[in-house]
Design a protein around this ligand. Structure first.
Ligand code: DC
Length: 247
């Protein structure tokens, strides 16, 4: 059976004639960091270059939050939210769409109203455990790039490479603001920055699996880096690591 683990999977973009790497084992690349540090943009591009699956775990917490809001339940009522677990089916399509109980909610989960509430949902242990199960199941027997807050510390601590991607809150606010505008999502720069500070606080102060760098993670501050520079940096790290494991 081809589980993808034996294939030649990357031609290095700057390799002259190209450096072809052969993976004998699966590659797990964890990218954690605060909201709007550019993780998903970078993770998607890295996964594409490596021809492996990208898993956006934040999208799962967002989809759950959307469901809670659709049900008219206050996201700060922990027990009421946790009681919804059996009713929630989340699917991440390989093409990037996010499905909640069969409905494509890819755009709705990015609404600032969802962003403002999602950290509460992500702080509830039972909901986290249910989504972590799904995340581990999705990673399964394949090579993945997974982004989130606790991937290197909790979800996939066995990851071969752990990146902790940060940027100043001001830089992140401008990036998220511009991204929202380009998607037609109404907001102000001030409200985006306030939301990020609020989420940073809740995400890093919750009791269970908080946002923090794994001890063996590599820190990348993207405040003054372009997306391509970050992608290249990570590909270099992968090349060195894969080389050292499989040379
Ligand atoms: O990456 P994002 O902004 O789409 O994440 C949405 C929220 O979900 C964020 O406030 C933190 C939470 N989250 C989490 O707690 N653990 C993850 N692995 C991913 C996201």
């Amino acid at each position: 059976m081809d589980d993808g683990s034996q294939r030649d999977y990357l031609t290095h973009p700057r390799g002259g004639f190209g450096i072809l790497w052969k993976m004998k084992n699966k590659l797990i690349l964890a990218i954690d960091g605060p909201a709007a540090a550019g993780k998903s943009t970078v993770a998607k591009l890295v996964a594409k270059k490596l021809n492996i699956t990208y898993i956006d775990t934040g999208a799962m917490y967002r989809a759950f939050t959307l469901f809670v809001m659709q049900k008219g339940i206050d996201p700060q009522r922990q027990q009421a939210c946790e009681a919804l677990i059996p009713q929630v089916k989340i699917l991440l399509a390989p093409t990037g769409e996010v499905f909640l109980n069969g409905q494509d909610v890819s755009k709705d989960i990015r609404d600032p109203k969802v962003s403002a509430q999602v950290s509460y949902i992500a702080s509830y242990k039972t909901i986290r455990l249910a989504l972590v199960d799904l995340q581990r199941h999705m990673a399964g027997n394949q090579s993945v790039v997974m982004d989130g807050r606790d991937i290197g510390t909790y979800v996939l601590p066995e990851a071969n490479i752990k990146i902790f991607q940060i940027a100043s809150v001001e830089t992140r606010a401008v990036r998220r603001y511009e991204e929202n505008l380009s998607k037609g999502i109404a907001c102000t720069l001030e409200s985006v920055e306030e939301d990020l500070r609020h989420r940073d606080y809740i995400d890093s102060h919750r009791d269970f699996a908080p946002l923090k760098p794994a001890v063996d993670s590599i820190l990348i501050d993207t405040s003054f880096m372009t997306v391509n520079e970050v992608v290249e940096r990570i590909l270099d790290i992968v090349q060195k690591k894969v080389g050292s494991i499989h040379a």
